[in-house]
Design a protein around this ligand. Sequence first.
Ligand code: GEK
Length: 243
Amino acid sequence: MPFPKDSLYANPLGEVGAFKFDEAVVKVFPDMIQRSVPGYAAIISAIGLLAGRFARDDSVCFDLGCSLGAASLAMRRQIVANNCRVVAVDCSEAMVEQCRKNLADSAVAGVDVVCADIRDIPIENASVVVLNFTLQFIPLADREAFLAKLYRGLLPGGILILSEKLAFDDPRQQELQTEMHHLFKKAQGYSELEISQKRSALENVLIPEAFAVHRQRLKSVGFSSVEVWFQYFNFASMIALKC
Ligand code: GEK
């Protein structure tokens, strides 16, 4: 059965409120993220492959900001390590409730779903940590301390997969990549009105940063190697490795 179509911003809204991961968003989320984030499906399947490669026996794989659990499911399907838990965390109760249902329906066992703010949870004994389009929603001031905690909780040889919407220092690149993303959304069936109202809703909620900023901060908290493994316009996924 196809996912319900995202038409949350299809009609003119007098005032566009700040974007929230509430029940209305949860209902259309699979369609929304697929049609809004270029390369989303490719990134999810690669997260599964990377987890298969990096997950260690007796360790934990974290999916932070798990939404409906797509990355957790992809990891679970590929992990062959023994006694390796997958812990999926999200602070939206509506997301967590639907995530638990999706996991039950999928009959994939071995994912613990936790409703919490990822800044508040202990991250320990991790061989894999996934932040798939989540860090961009954490206030700028909290990002470094949060990533430092994450780094400390990773085992030696562990991996962070960090996917983010990117900003660009060069204004021409910023304009071009933004325009291309909007063309991508139009090609996915979103109208100009939907694109512009969604953009207003996300302003000050989703705060993108440049790759150089991500790389510098990841290095400063301790990661020895940071590279982009995937990019499609202004959406990228990075791999950060701990020695
Ligand atoms: C996927 N990773 O499908 N603590 C916990 N969760 C948070 C926090 C926080 N502080 N801030 C935001 N979230 C998913 C997609 S969506 C990306 C991630 C998007 C959660 C929020 O509730 C939402 O579910 C998720 O992060 C971001 O692979 O919609 O652009």
